[in-house]
Design a protein around this ligand. Structure first.
Ligand SMILES: *[C@@H]1O[C@H](CO)[C@@H](O)[C@H](O)[C@H]1NC(C)=O
Ligand SMILES: *[C@@H]1O[C@H](CO)[C@@H](O)[C@H](O)[C@H]1NC(C)=O
Ligand SMILES: *[C@@H]1O[C@H](CO)[C@@H](O)[C@H](O)[C@H]1NC(C)=O
Ligand SMILES: *[C@@H]1O[C@H](CO)[C@@H](O)[C@H](O)[C@H]1NC(C)=O
Ligand SMILES: *[C@@H]1O[C@H](CO)[C@@H](O)[C@H](O)[C@H]1NC(C)=O
Ligand SMILES: *[C@@H]1O[C@H](CO)[C@@H](O)[C@H](O)[C@H]1NC(C)=O
Length: 189
């Protein structure tokens, strides 16, 4: 009789413990370990090479290669391993540059810099009167977008496919040569 009661108590106790553990896991999964959007920002480097100088009328003196640093801030508790990808830079809806992004492993909760270079089709830009009107107005705006396909690995155990789509609004302020880059990223599992 006493034994049966103790065993029942034990069962209840175990049951409650299991439920609590499951709840803790669910809560952790929904909060702490919930996949978070990686933050991606694009920093063009050495922009003076692009030659916004209106006096530059010789196209061949303009360097069309702009070095870029793509920063991926992985806010997840899992690493993000993505494949080679290509980013596109658009000017008013037309693709003016392609940016190769080399496959990388971004460790959990780390910021990771990828160095790359964009090859601008300069001719298309500088032949365009809209572009020069923008330069004269003091700012030129580009948009950039890229999709990174890969895998998120949690604790070296759980692996799932993930893709991160990122789009950025890049404003170049001609006089100050300031660059503003505002990016939005969404991760899909
Ligand atoms: C443009 O620059 C290139 C290289 O610096 C030079 O060879 C060419 O003569 C220049 N063209 C004109 C029209 O100035
Ligand atoms: C053009 O820019 C790239 C990257 O900034 C640089 O490596 C290269 O030497 C430059 N070329 C010229 C001709 O300035
Ligand atoms: C990714 O790109 C790098 C450099 O561009 C190249 O060496 C490598 O073979 C590529 N990997 C795949 C899987 O295509
Ligand atoms: C990545 O590059 C950005 C811009 O160049 C820099 O501010 C940042 O400190 C770099 N981060 C790392 C981890 O190297
Ligand atoms: C300039 O660029 C805009 C946007 O890409 C395009 O609609 C327009 O036709 C271009 N103009 C010329 C003269 O190429
Ligand atoms: C570019 O964007 C900035 C800020 O988003 C805005 O202030 C500026 O007017 C825009 N320039 C052009 C030419 O559209």
């Amino acid at each position: 009789m006493v034994k049966a009661k103790a065993s029942r108590n034990l069962k209840i106790c175990c049951g409650v413990t299991v439920i609590l553990i499951v709840m803790v896991f669910i809560i952790l999964a929904l909060t702490l370990f919930k996949p978070k959007n990686p933050e991606i920002t694009v920093h063009p480097q050495g922009l003076e090479n692009i030659g916004f100088d209106l006096r530059v009328s010789n196209v061949s003196t303009i360097n069309s290669t702009v070095a870029m640093v793509v920063t991926v801030n992985n806010r997840n508790y899992g690493s993000f391993n993505f494949k080679n990808a290509t980013g596109f830079i658009n000017y008013r809806g037309d693709v003016v540059a392609m940016v190769p992004i080399q496959q990388s492993l971004v460790p959990p909760r780390r910021e990771f810099n990828i160095s790359t270079a964009a090859d601008f089709t300069v001719e298309r830009l500088i032949m365009n009167t809209t572009f020069w009107a923008d330069v004269l107005s003091g700012s030129v705006n580009f948009s950039a977008d890229a999709t990174l396909h890969g895998k998120v690995t949690m604790f070296n155990v759980f692996k799932f496919h993930a893709s991160a789509h990122s789009s950025c609004d890049i404003s170049i302020f001609v006089l100050t040569r300031n660059i503003q880059s505002i990016c939005k990223t969404k991760i899909k599992l």
